[in-house]
Design a protein around this ligand. Structure first.
Ligand code: AMP
Ligand code: ZN
Ligand code: ZN
Length: 405
């Protein structure tokens, strides 16, 4: 009997050590929150959070600096050419099937996704996960998808999103998620509509700063502020665009039979097989305010070559310029000022950089550092949970691990 009691005590101690050691991480994305929005003196909540934790000067996105490629790079630690979601909209040229963020069926179809999201790595290691939105969290594959997820609905109020996460964290210990994501689009919506230097964008920045404050006060209320690591990030920044800075590629290539994909900062061109050089040379000789590359010649620092769904020719607009086709000209020239900002440009340009703020038991306190890379967040998460990352990732713990305590 005594031996049995001792055994029970031993088990109890083991379990409590395990409970005490299993961390919590809440990963929060503010879409399109540019790095310098933190310097406008309108983010008191985020300032308080990083004064007790970590702030990077900026978070460098991957190319193209668009929403889906970047959220999926953050969560897989891979470049888009490797995780498969090369832009928000692209085609498999062999089957002519399209992936589109506006098409729920394609977004949920696991065949497009080649990387392993952190929540899958976590699940394999016995960690429960929950996502109140994150691109790819609802992919139709029992291994890939998050344990608990919501189908994307941008109309769900921000407060409801936070309250749901707090409810998940208030569940009995055995059912509680330890890795949770949250997503808010206000700064991206307002940034596109009014531009990053408008007075309106400041309304969205303040609104999301209040969300940050509400997250922390809600964690305090349930007694979990000191145990949850909260990481605030964005997928990219935003820059001003102009109706006077449009290049109609379809018009320019009217003498050629080509397929075009994407408009804005990035466009891909697929000529008929035997005319690639001809179209390339023609574009090169007319390349004012944009760059022209054959797929294999896209500079290495973009990591945007080694994927069969990238068309044969890649065009990248200079900052503030937009590449359009006939169908989308109106979208960029519309009378109402609702297309004043965009992103997707060269990811090394500061206007495209996002932000990084983190606070919690895993992080240093009052620590500020230079630019971090968003592909390094996946190995950072693995380190916090003390689990092995996948070996085929592009992210490196060496470039980010120093922000941990
Ligand atoms: P963009 O500015 O084109 O790169 O994309 C931003 C848009 O992506 C947002 O306005 C949202 O409507 C949309 N979005 C964000 N997360 C999701 C998601 N999980 N599923 C579908 N659409 C999303
Ligand atoms: Zn975005
Ligand atoms: Zn956007």
């Amino acid at each position: 009997m005594k031996k049995f009691k001792l055994f029970l005590l031993f088990l109890l101690v083991l379990t409590s050590i395990n409970i005490a050691q299993k961390p919590y991480v809440l990963l929060v994305s503010f879409d399109g929150f540019r790095w310098d929005y933190l310097n406008r003196n309108i983010t008191p909540n985020l300032e308080k959070i990083y004064s007790e934790g970590v702030r990077a000067i900026s978070l460098q996105p991957v190319f193209p600096s668009k929403t889906f490629p970047n959220h999926i790079s953050i969560i897989t630690g891979m470049y888009p050419a490797n995780h498969g979601i090369i832009t928000n909209i692209f085609e498999n040229p062999t089957t002519n099937e399209w992936y589109k963020l506006s098409d729920r069926n394609s977004v949920r179809n696991s065949k497009w996704y080649l990387g392993e999201p952190f929540w899958e790595t976590a699940k394999r290691n016995g960690i429960k996960t929950a996502c109140f939105f994150w691109p790819s969290s609802s992919v139709n594959d029992k291994n890939y998808k998050c344990d608990h997820y919501k189908l994307y609905d941008g109309k769900i109020p921000n407060k409801v999103r936070v309250d749901s996460v707090i409810a998940w964290l208030s569940k009995p210990y055995s059912q509680r998620a330890h890795f949770i994501t949250l997503y808010f689009s206000d700064t991206d919506d307002y940034g596109h509509r009014y531009g990053p230097n408008s007075k309106e964008i400041n309304v969205a920045i303040s609104r999301l700063d209040s969300v940050a404050g509400y997250i922390v006060s809600s964690l305090e209320k349930i007694g979990m502020k000191d145990s949850v690591n909260v990481i605030f990030v964005s997928d990219h920044g935003m820059t001003e665009i102009s109706k006077d800075k449009l290049i109609n590629i379809e018009k320019l290539l009217s003498g050629f039979d080509v397929k075009l994909s994407n408009v804005g900062p990035l466009m891909m061109v697929e000529p008929k097989k035997n005319r690639i050089d001809e179209v390339y040379n023609y574009l090169k000789s007319h390349a004012k305010h944009f760059k022209v590359y054959k797929r294999d010649e896209v500079p290495e620092y973009f990591h945007f070559s080694k994927n069969p769904f990238i068309y044969s020719i890649v065009l990248i607009a200079d900052l503030h310029w937009s590449l359009v086709d006939n169908e989308h000209v109106a979208m960029f020239t519309g009378k109402n000022e609702d297309n004043a900002g965009n992103h997707g440009y060269d990811n090394h340009i500061m206007d495209m950089h996002g932000y990084f703020v983190a606070e919690g038991p895993a992080f240093k306190r009052g620590y500020q550092c230079g630019t971090l890379l968003n592909i390094d967040i996946y190995p950072l998460l693995c380190k916090i949970f003390n689990i092995y990352p996948r070996s085929n990732i592009d992210g490196k713990l060496e470039r980010i691990g120093f922000i941990l305590r």
